[in-house]
Design a protein around this ligand. Structure first.
Ligand code: ATP
Length: 271
């Protein structure tokens, strides 16, 4: 996929309230990005330092969601790149992809570049299996682009995500680069899961017999946000199916509208 194929960056639609159970990390990321934006005058005094955020932790815990929500909240365009997409076997192409990404983001300012799977884009240089040193050159190009941001205006942000931060080239994690590390993980508390379930079902009409806390307590303690997404999607499916089966064949369309679907406790079947 070429960089052009990534399309024009736009402000995403993920709202702050779409994310449940990550209160501390939500606050940290918002402070890092939003405070300097809202109070440019204050934050440009003193020692200026911009920070890229690295969200790390197990898969399916909401890293992508957080990056999008902070962009929505701050009205920033969002350019998402998966590390492996930038790697091209042709000599020079991968570095060009990195340059093109930053160029695209500059022309879409204010903008966030979200580097998903940052570890695959930037494994420690000199690692074995890097045929022709492609990865070394990609990392060098990344460093040059990120350092170049310091001289440009304050409205370009980098957020990385990784399941394996230990594999990332340490040079990328130095001050001024991806130096704000935020752990996004699974919490074994039922109240964490309740928060996520609340966010995921916020547009559902729930039957009065539904206690999200009771459902949260029955979920395995290692349940991730993505697991709860699947649970809620299934619950919606069951409720919609019941609606279809109990509605007269000749009824009008209005009865099939989403707001006429009521999700009951037993629809959360996997728990
Ligand atoms: P990966 O490392 O696999 O890219 P990720 O941490 O970026 O995973 P997301 O893509 O943000 O995970 O989450 C996957 C899906 O799970 C989301 O689209 C969302 O529906 C749901 N989800 C995950 N965490 C949360 C959460 N804290 N609140 C609400 N929904 C969540």
């Amino acid at each position: 996929r070429s960089v052009a194929a990534l399309g024009t960056p736009k402000v995403p639609h993920v709202k702050w309230k779409d994310i449940g159970g990550l209160e501390d990390v939500k606050k940290s990321i918002l402070d890092t990005v939003q405070l300097p934006l809202l109070h440019k005058d204050l934050f440009s005094l003193g020692l200026r330092k911009r920070s890229g955020v690295l969200l790390y932790g197990p898969p399916g815990t909401g890293k992508t969601l957080l990056a999008k929500a902070v962009a929505t909240e701050c009205s920033l365009n969002f350019l998402s790149v998966k590390g492996p997409e930038l790697i091209n076997m042709y000599i020079g192409e991968s570095e060009k992809n990195v340059r093109d990404i930053f160029q695209k983001a500059r022309s879409a300012r204010p903008c966030v570049i979200f580097f998903d799977e940052l570890d695959s884009l930037a494994p420690a240089r000199g690692a074995s299996g890097d045929s022709g040193g492609v990865m070394d050159r990609v990392v060098s190009q990344m460093l040059a682009e990120i350092d170049g941001l310091n001289d440009s205006s304050q409205d370009l942000f980098i957020i990385g995500a990784s399941n394996r931060p230990d594999l990332i080239d340490p040079a990328l994690l130095r001050p001024g680069r991806f130096d704000k590390l935020l752990y996004v993980g699974v919490n074994s508390d039922a109240s964490y899961r309740e928060g996520v379930l609340k966010a995921l079902t916020r547009k559902f009409k729930l039957h009065e017999d539904v206690s999200l806390y009771a459902i949260a307590k029955k979920c395995p303690s290692n349940f991730t946000g993505a697991d709860m997404y699947a649970l809620c999607a299934d619950a919606w499916f069951h409720a919609a199916k019941r609606k279809v089966l109990t509605t007269d064949a000749g009824s009008n369309d209005k009865e099939h509208q989403a707001d006429s679907i009521v999700v009951e406790y037993d629809d959360f079947v996997e728990v």
